[in-house]
Ligand binder design. Structure first.
Ligand code: HSE
Length: 422
């Protein structure tokens, strides 16, 4: 049996789990790969912090892997964008296969890599939804379909926080602190809670589904940090669960790409994905809805995806990086944010006095926004909280209405809006 020599750059939680997985499941891995997968070297930033169970030779110089002609596959698990991209380019220029879990780097450079790679394989199953094989499902299993939509819960940290806030009435900051302690959050947790981590992953999926080359700055991205218990109360009252959703939807010759909090009907499968778990619903024009559920973070789950790429490479049976050999879905454009349509939930804190409601409804009416449900919560210190949902409207109208509401002297603080995804 042939040997495949592997160099791992970044032997932290996922890197260590990858080394241990290759050892512990060696028999089935070599049987499936038709090769021995051998980790020849690892590169770490700080040798003193390495897991003591990791028995591979270590160095702190990336070139010890990139310049080693015996290494067939470079596994990049260091994170970050610029240095990781340089590593990828150098590995590919030396015809080394490249495996990465780095969604941030791929969000900016996936098309660069596809162009440079030519026939050198690139694996990135671990970059989206950790242990869920969503890349292979979308790229290979569903390749006969036009993809109608993708709706994903792609960030375990946010889902953990939202689940805790919903089920246990715990504050946002307390939930975030727990998520950090449990090791779910990114080294910069701002990327989790501002929606950027989910957006990186969505852009990767959208390239496979539609061939579109969008960057984070091209799409609607909102985080979760402004949600409060009033929003959760409204959602519960009217049969919704609040999730941070990453959405790709094809309508006509446009594709909507967006990441934001969404109220989803409690009966939908995706609303049942709780805690740190991830879930993705993909609708194909022929297959209908398919659902994927599993651990989106953590050493073993992510290593499971990394090793699946290594096995595919060892078999010499890899797919084109983004799953297409010719331009896909030609003529498809990214829908401008202002044209995206939705129903909306709005929370408005107002002075509790006569005439306030009519001022609010007239601004909504002037922007063509029709109210479906309206609740007023008990006044507190002269401030009343209005919770309302609207019929279908669009981003341009809702943003104009919120900006006009902010100008009213009876408004206590900026109204907060969550989209209702139906
Ligand atoms: N910080 C990410 C999450 C880890 O919470 O899902 C996996 O990408």
């Amino acid at each position: 049996m042939k040997n495949i020599n592997i160099g791992i750059i970044g032997v932290g939680v996922v890197g260590s789990a990858t080394v241990l997985l290759l050892e512990q499941n060696k028999d089935i891995i070599s049987a499936r790969a038709g090769a021995n997968l051998i980790v020849k070297k690892g590169v770490v930033r700080d040798m003193s912090k390495t897991d003591k169970n990791i028995k591979i030779p270590l160095s702190n110089d990336i070139n010890d892997i990139l310049e080693d002609d015996d290494i067939d596959v470079v596994v990049e698990l260091m994170g970050g964008v610029d240095v990781a991209f340089e590593v990828a380019k150098k590995a590919l220029s030396k015809k080394k296969a490249f495996v990465t879990a780095n969604k941030a780097m791929l969000a900016y450079h996936r098309y660069d890599l596809q162009k440079i790679a030519l026939d050198t394989p690139i694996g990135f199953e671990a970059s989206v939804a950790g242990g869920i094989p969503i890349i292979k499902a979308l790229r290979d299993g569903l390749s006969a379909n036009h993809i109608t939509s993708i709706r994903g819960i792609l960030n375990g940290t946010c889902n953990y926080i939202l689940t805790k806030m919903t089920n246990q009435d715990i504050s946002f900051n307390e939930c975030l602190k727990e998520a950090k302690e449990l090791g779910y959050a990114e080294s910069n947790p701002e990327l989790d809670i501002n929606g950027m981590d989910s957006a990186h992953k969505l852009l990767i999926l959208a390239s496979i589904a539609y061939g579109v080359n969008a960057m984070p700055q091209d799409i609607l991205i909102e985080g979760i940090s402004d949600i409060n218990q009033d929003d959760i109360f409204f959602a519960n009252e009217f049969g919704y669960t609040i999730k941070l959703l990453a959405i790709a939807k094809k309508i006509g010759n446009e594709v909507e790409l967006r990441v934001h909090l969404a109220m989803i009907n409690k009966d939908e499968m995706i609303s049942k994905i709780s805690g740190v778990m991830n879930g993705v619903s993909v609708i194909g024009d022929k297959v209908g809805e398919t659902m994927y559920y599993g651990a989106g973070a953590g050493g073993n789950a992510t290593a499971s995806s990394v090793v699946s790429d290594l096995i595919e490479i060892a078999r010499d049976s890899y797919s084109p990086m983004l799953g297409f050999k010719q331009p896909l879905e030609s003529g498809l454009k990214i829908k401008p944010i202002s044209k995206i349509e939705s129903r909306y939930y709005i929370r408005i804190n107002v002075l509790d006095k006569a005439g306030v409601l009519s001022k609010i409804t007239s601004i909504l009416g002037d922007n063509g926004i029709s109210i479906k449900i309206l609740l007023q919560k008990t006044s507190n210190n002269g401030i009343a909280t209005l919770l309302l949902s609207t019929h279908k409207s669009n981003e341009l109208s809702i943003q104009k209405a919120i900006s006009n509401l902010c100008k009213l002297d009876i408004i206590h603080d900026k109204p907060y809006m969550i989209r209702i995804e139906e």
